[in-house]
Every structure is written in structure tokens, then in C-alpha cells.
Ligand binder design. Structure first.
Ligand SMILES: [Zn+2]
Length: 364
């Protein structure tokens, strides 16, 4: 959603261009998502994008339960999605077509547009839409309420935003607490939700609504303001000492990620850049933060390729391919791109763009 950007942002520009633009496909997607969200928020009237809970009426639908998950009421949290059985890492939790998509730029009245899209839905799909709740404009009715439901539940889908009633049931967890990621598969025109961690039977299936690589108090403040809830996820509920250590790791991961961007402006060599990537990986391992590993390894692929290091390029591409497959699915464009580089490291668009120097291989 707009609220849920599922950040997998790369920090690296592609040499030899000195402009620190976001160049990798994943990064472009993230950048565009952020741009899109801003556009849509402005376009739809500047309302906040809040988290929704399901209304009870929707629970009778067969679509609130599959072989691997079901929607249940959770104490103090409203409704959420829990695993019906043990789910292994890399499992596709669901694939979902949108009820409707909304273009990035809207010339007409957003209320009218949404009302028109809703009126074209089948009775069952309209029921699913009506069952979504909203916090941005609680007392609204009619077209204003439809707009509020859209604002609350929209998820970015390429250069559009869409309404995905099943994915909308995923609650939020910070850092090590969230276990699934979703990704818009442009070819299939559907949202794919992948378990990037093993999930135990009965465990809640959680995504993240924001980049949680920041201290607990900041995360909570942001989530309260943007989504109207106080986060009590397993990371936010850690005892003070553990919470402090978690905060330190997350802040350091964030600092190192932004430092990594210096490689793009040529102020940093490939050895240092890949050393930083290994450090981020290690911190993520200690923290239990496994998301974004594909894009992190893909950054390393770019560094290794630019510095003409065939063996390191292939090694990092193997890591990228593994984690893109887990987090985005084996058929994702990102996993396929990585697989191509494993076969032909020198085919990377950045190959040899910078001076030849040894870089670090994966240290794990
Ligand atoms: Zn939390």
C-alpha cells in the first residue's frame, strides 16, 4: 500500500555515472513506489494512509482462509492472518489480483473515480471492498467512504495502486518480527506474498508497513501517526536491554546503508563497499532482520562487477538469486537477472566500469 511499501531499496548507483540515482531494477521500483505514493497521497486529497482492520462481515468469505493461512481475531489487535500449518521459507502465501487499480495521476475527482471503479465490481468483489474498514475519515459515507477505504487499504502495484482484500489482512511487525514480503509481479499483474522466514503453525503472518531500521520509539511514533496503532510486535516488546541492543543494530544498519551510497560517487572503493555489505549482513543476522537480503547482495554484485571481479560477482549473484527467490519468488525478474549474472558475470551492465580492484566475497 501506499502504506506498505515493502522497502527493498538499493543504495547503489550504477557507475560510471556520477549521479547518485537509484539504478538497479529493485531500487527503481522502490524509488518509483515512493514517488507514486506521494503523488497519490497528494492526488487523493492528502489524507493519511492508515492501517485497516477487517470488519467481521468479511470473515464468512471463503477467501479469508486457504490451505496455509486463515484470518482470525487476535486479542487487542483486531483481525490478523495466522499460519494453519508450518510454512517453509520461500513459500508463496498468496497471489492476488487487485479488485481494481487506480492510475498514478488522476485528473478527475478521486471520489468519482473510485465510485465508478467500485460500481463495476461483481457483487462478491463489491462485498469484499465494502468489508474493508478505514480510519482516515471514520464518519464518511457514500463516495467519500469509498475513497477513505481506498486510502486506507491501497497497495502499490507498479505504477498504479491497487486494492487487495486478502493482503490487506496482514498486520505489521518491525525488524525481525515480520516474516512475509509482497511484490507486484508486473507480468502476471498480481501481488505475490512470499514467506521469507519459516513460519510455525499458529504464528501470525506479518508484513511491514515501513522501513523499520530505526529505534523503537521512532518506529512507534511513526506507526501511531501514520496508521493509528501502538506497535506491540515482538521487537517492540523486548525487555529494555535487549530493545536497546536491537535499536543499536538497526540504527547501525541504516547508517551503513546510507554510507554505502558513497561508492556511487567514487569516494569509496569496492573493497570498502563490500566490507560494509558484509557488516550489514552480519548485523541483520544478529538482529534477525532477513528482509532486503536479495537487494543487498545485488548491490554487492554491482560493486564486484564494476571493479571487474568475476569470481566475487558470481558469488554475490548466487546469494542474490537465492534471496530474491525467497523474498520475491523464483520467477521474479530480480531472481532471473541474478541467475543470468551467475552464468555470465561479465554481462552485468556495470562490468569493468571502474578500476580493477579486489573486493570482498560473501563472508557468511
Ligand atoms: Zn514493532
Amino acid at each position: 500500500m501506499a502504506k506498505r511499501t515493502n522497502k527493498r531499496q538499493s543504495t547503489l548507483p550504477e557507475p560510471p555515472k556520477p549521479v547518485p540515482a537509484l539504478e538497479t531494477p529493485v531500487a527503481r521500483a522502490s524509488f518509483f513506489t515512493i514517488y507514486l505514493i506521494i503523488t497519490i497521497i497528494i492526488g487523493l486529497g492528502g489524507a493519511a494512509w492508515y492501517r485497516s482492520y477487517l470488519e467481521e462481515s468479511n470473515l464468512s468469505s471463503g477467501e479469508t482462509e486457504t490451505a496455509v493461512w486463515k484470518v482470525v481475531e487476535l486479542p487487542g489487535k483486531g483481525f490478523g492472518m495466522v499460519a494453519k500449518r508450518n510454512i517453509s521459507q520461500g513459500t508463496t502465501i498468496l497471489r492476488e489480483k487487485p479488485l481494481f487499480l487506480v492510475p498514478a495521476s488522476i485528473r478527475e475527482s478521486p471520489e468519482r473515480l473510485i465510485a465508478s471503479l467500485v460500481s463495476q465490481l461483481s457483487p462478491e468483489k463489491r462485498r469484499q471492498f465494502n468489508a474493508l474498514s478505514h480510519h482516515s475519515n471514520p464518519d464518511s459515507t457514500g463516495e467519500a467512504q469509498m475513497l477513505a477505504k481506498t486510502q486506507t487499504n491501497a497497495i502499490s502495484a507498479g505504477d498504479m495502486i491497487g486494492i487487495f482484500p486478502n493482503t490487506a489482512r496482514l498486520n505489521h511487525g518491525c525488524s525481525s518480527a515480520f516474516n512475509v514480503a509482497y511484490n507486484w509481479a508486473a507480468g502476471e499483474q498480481e501481488l505475490v506474498v512470499q514467506a521469507f522466514k519459516p513460519i510455525m503453525e499458529g504464528e501470525e503472518i506479518l508484513t511491514t508497513y515501513t522501513d523499520t531500521k530505526r529505534p523503537r520509539d521512532e518506529r512507534r511514533q511513526y506507526l501511531q501517526g501514520a496508521y493509528n496503532f501502538f506497535c506491540t510486535c515482538s521487537v517492540c516488546s523486548l525487555p529494555p536491554e535487549e530493545s536497546k541492543r536491537s535499536d543499536e543494530r538497526l540504527v547501525e544498519m541504516s547508517r551503513l546503508k546510507s554510507k554505502l551510497s558513497e561508492w556511487g560517487s567514487k569516494d569509496m572503493g569496492g573493497g570498502e563497499a563490500t566490507n560494509i555489505i558484509n557488516k550489514i549482513w552480519k548485523l541483520g543476522e544478529e538482529e534477525g532482520y532477513w528482509s532486503e537480503r536479495g537487494s543487498l547482495a545485488w548491490d554487492a554484485v554491482q560493486v564486484a562487477a564494476a571493479h571487474g571481479q568475476e569470481d566475487a560477482t558470481r558469488r554475490w549473484a548466487l546469494v542474490a538469486e537465492k534471496w530474491f527467490s525467497i523474498e520475491l519468488g523464483p520467477n521474479s525478474l530480480q531472481a532471473k537477472d541474478a541467475a543470468n549474472i551467475i552464468r555470465r558475470p561479465k554481462s552485468h551492465p556495470s562490468w569493468g566500469a571502474r578500476y580493477r580492484v579486489k573486493v570482498e566475497s560473501p563472508a557468511f
